[in-house]
Design a protein around this ligand. Structure first.
Ligand code: BGC
Length: 459
């Protein structure tokens, strides 16, 4: 017990220091993940607290039958489960894995609206080009050339963002009824089959828009969304294309900032990312073109809130669309819920030179859901939460610090487990004793792999 409190205190301290310097690189989150991970090895201990109210409208029984050891006598297969950030789905077709999303009556997904965000990112880039048309075409050849860093070709969010850019810039081509999202390698002369040259007309003058190059940023060990790989790629691309590159676009800020720092900042080439991480927002003052906030402050809240509600046995909308006893509530302007998909989606906001001052701390809790729950009425519960890659820029520098703020507010004691970004077993091996937890929050390495987790919970 004592050791756990020491670990928790350290984690809290780390959480605070991460919040204070949230623009630091991903290592802070990674270290923190390791520290908390130690907790996972400890035995079950009393969770204490009051009896949970019976569930009003849920299929599964309230899992939070507390007063017993953490995990209680509820079967693991009936405990609340939330998938987050990586939606259970087929990585080739994008089709949702409804078996995983309906694992039990207390299973949900929390993410953000990928299509709405992708459209915002595409429009942001197009608007920037139009507003800066007099200076954007660096070599004056009438072709606006851009390069694109792709995160993970089997991740719905990454696919949506690639499509959003190609749609807005007119470079997309149809494949099976949707915009082709494949990387093209290089495309110096505009002849690549997976894209086409687009056109933009400003002040009566027509420009060609060309995707000069795109690549999935996967490192040799298999980690996707890899910032270092993007930093190398921009080196290669800039030596082949030089001042043909007028715009740099990335599926996320981790890769975007790596390209910005390696090349585009010094060459004054606007670079666009996604996530609104602290370092990217700060870089807008230095020429980073813009980013998209996926409202991680709302997502992190929802991730833990759905578990809290299921553990309390109350209506799932509590503290979400309906105010809870402390007054926490979200407006419909920041999220939507799809009952059919069992999924909560936060809504995105574009962050540009116009408004970036409002987004300088990505780890700050969202004020409408920042009120502390009463520990008597909402007894402390134990949660297992994993992050697919302890070094993922967004998840470690933005999402996890937010979770660490909300776990206190929601009286949840969370063990944060950080994966290596490559192998699911690196994480599932550490879920050897699910019985010591009351609920689970899972971020898979690969979106096809939900069954590796549900199999463990079904044993
Ligand atoms: C973020 C990426 C991150 C990925 C991890 C996405 O939503 O935008 O930055 O690498 O999630 O799954």
């Amino acid at each position: 017990m004592k050791k756990r409190f020491v670990s928790m205190a350290m984690a809290l301290l780390l959480g605070v220091s991460l919040t204070a310097c949230g623009d630091s690189p991903s290592s802070g989150g990674a270290d923190d993940t390791k520290t908390q991970d130690d907790n996972a090895d400890q035995g079950a201990e009393p969770a204490g607290g009051s009896e949970a109210a019976p569930s009003a409208d849920q299929d599964a029984e309230p899992a939070g039958d507390s007063g017993a050891a953490a995990g209680g006598d509820v079967a693991n297969k009936d405990k609340p489960l939330v998938w987050f950030n990586r939606q259970p789905s087929n990585s080739s077709t994008g089709e949702l894995d409804m078996a995983a999303l309906n694992f039990n009556g207390n299973t949900y997904y929390v993410g953000f609206d990928a299509n709405q965000g992708a459209e915002l990112q595409g429009t942001m880039v197009k608007d920037y080009i139009e507003a800066n048309i007099d200076s954007i075409d660096r070599n004056g050849d009438g072709v606006i050339g851009y390069v694109l860093a792709i995160g993970d070709i089997g991740h719905n969010d990454s696919i949506a963002r690639t499509r959003g850019i190609r749609k807005a810039l007119g470079t997309g081509v149809d494949k099976d009824g949707d915009i082709n999202s494949e990387p093209i390698g290089t495309n110096a002369d505009g002849s690549a089959a997976a894209v086409q040259d687009g056109t933009i007309e400003v002040n009566g003058k027509k420009y060609i828009v060309r995707e000069l190059a795109s690549q999935e940023m996967k490192n040799s060990a298999g980690a996707t969304w890899d910032a270092a790989t993007a930093g190398n790629a921009i080196g290669t691309w800039s030596s082949s294309f030089g001042d043909e590159i007028d715009v740099v676009v990335s599926n996320n800020d981790g890769m975007g900032m790596s390209m910005f720092n390696a090349w585009s900042k010094d060459n004054n080439v606007p670079t666009f990312g996604y996530d609104a991480n602290n370092d990217a927002v700060a870089a807008i003052a230095e020429g980073y073109g813009g980013t998209i906030s996926q409202h991680a402050d709302v997502q992190a809240y929802l991730t833990l809130r759905v578990l809290r509600n299921a553990l309390d046995g109350v209506d799932i909308d509590t503290g979400i669309g309906t105010a809870d006893d402390a007054g926490n509530v979200l407006g419909s302007d920041v999220y939507k819920y799809s009952e059919e998909e069992r999924s909560y989606y936060a809504l995105n906001v574009a962050v540009t030179g116009e408004n970036y001052q409002d987004f300088t701390d990505s780890t700050k809790v969202y004020e409408p859901v920042s009120k502390q729950l009463d520990a008597g009425a909402h007894a402390t519960k134990k949660v297992w939460l994993n992050i697919y890659n302890a070094s993922d820029n967004f998840l470690s520098s933005t999402y996890q610090p937010l979770l660490q703020n909300y776990d206190d507010i929601l009286n949840l004691e969370v063990d944060y487990i950080g994966g290596d970004g490559q192998t699911e077993s690196n994480i599932t091996n550490r879920l050897g004793n699910p019985g010591q937890y009351d609920a689970f929050a899972i971020n898979m390495v690969k979106t096809d792999n939900a069954a590796s987790y549900t199999a463990l919970l079904s044993q």
